[in-house]
Design a binder for this molecule. Structure first.
Ligand code: ATR
Length: 279
């Protein structure tokens, strides 16, 4: 890790692995578009040296960090202050260094909601939403999802106990129905969000027929340079449209940028740029 040579404010994404991260390109585009002087790099932290890597970055004048896998949970442990959203999600994806204190926030869920409602013009109010998966990715989107007042929220997971834990953790926000995959047959949802890690391995969640209502959106939180296997399957299984998680990635970054810089960047041109770079 080298100190800044330009004198610009320093930010970075920390992960392991991290070389695939699009965050440096996204934040560079935000900085150029808003006239902010900053430097944003990717830092590979050894698996057992996350806290030390954060401390070193801060001592070298770092102003803020994005946190990616596998450090989102441990990041919550090293922060001095956490947002209410992080306390519920149990995961931090953005750290700000404020007056020597580490403030932990999670912008993933807000990013998803911004992509759904802003970019995709998807109505959530009163609609039936199905979330596939009950890991960290699913947990991080529940709180902002309830802000959008869905009519029904259901979590389907292979291990039901993990889905029940999430339903219990958020029960003051609203009722979450828990289901195994086979029991979803014929139930019909307006929005189906794939929050499992399966698309990474080109695999599908074991969904039965009849999960999509007419007009339904199938959203995969993963993204690639072509539609994911979940998106392809969804179109054949009755979804009216699909989207991948690139929009969410750019929107969560915009929220982090706003937190750090107080300036909200335009996201559609940056999403188009990153999509183009994916090839
Ligand atoms: P993340 O933090 O990215 O959400 P995770 O906590 O490992 O990652 O969660 C991965 C999710 O994908 C889980 O919901 C997991 O289901 P289980 O809780 O039953 O393990 C889901 N998943 C992974 N492989 C799966 C498979 N082969 N079939 C169904 N679900 C799977």
């Amino acid at each position: 890790m080298q100190p800044s040579t330009t004198g610009a404010d320093r930010y970075a994404v920390i992960g392991n692995p991290v070389s695939h991260s699009k965050s440096p390109q996204i934040h560079a585009a935000f900085a150029a578009a808003t006239g902010q002087s900053l430097e944003y790099t990717a830092i590979l932290a050894p698996l057992d040296e996350f806290p030390q890597t954060v401390t070193a970055f801060r001592q070298q004048g770092g102003r803020g960090l994005n946190i990616t896998l596998p450090f989102k949970q441990v990041a919550a442990d090293i922060c001095d202050q956490l947002s209410e959203r992080v306390r519920r999600a149990g995961a931090v994806n953005t750290i700000s260094f404020n007056n020597n204190e580490l403030y932990g926030e999670n912008t993933d869920g807000v990013g998803l909601l911004q992509d759904l409602q802003g970019n995709l013009e998807c109505e959530i109010d009163g609609r039936a939403v199905l979330i596939l998966g009950a890991g960290g990715a699913a947990r991080g989107i529940i709180d902002p999802l309830f802000d959008a007042q869905p009519g029904q929220v259901c979590i389907a997971n292979r291990s039901l106990d993990k889905a029940h834990l999430i339903a219990d953790a958020f029960k003051d926000r609203g009722h979450i129905k828990v289901s195994g995959y086979p029991a979803l047959a014929g139930q019909g949802f307006d929005i189906v969000i794939n929050a499992t890690s399966l698309s990474l391995g080109n695999e599908l969640p074991p969904l039965p027929a009849g999960v999509f209502k007419p007009g339904a959106l199938a959203y995969d939180m993963m993204y690639a340079n072509q539609p994911t296997c979940f998106m392809d399957w969804a179109m054949q299984a009755g979804a009216s449209r699909t989207a991948d998680g690139l929009g969410m990635l750019v929107e969560q970054a915009a929220e982090a940028f706003y937190l750090w810089r107080g300036v909200r960047p335009e996201t559609p041109p940056v999403q188009a740029l990153i999509r183009q770079q994916l090839g």
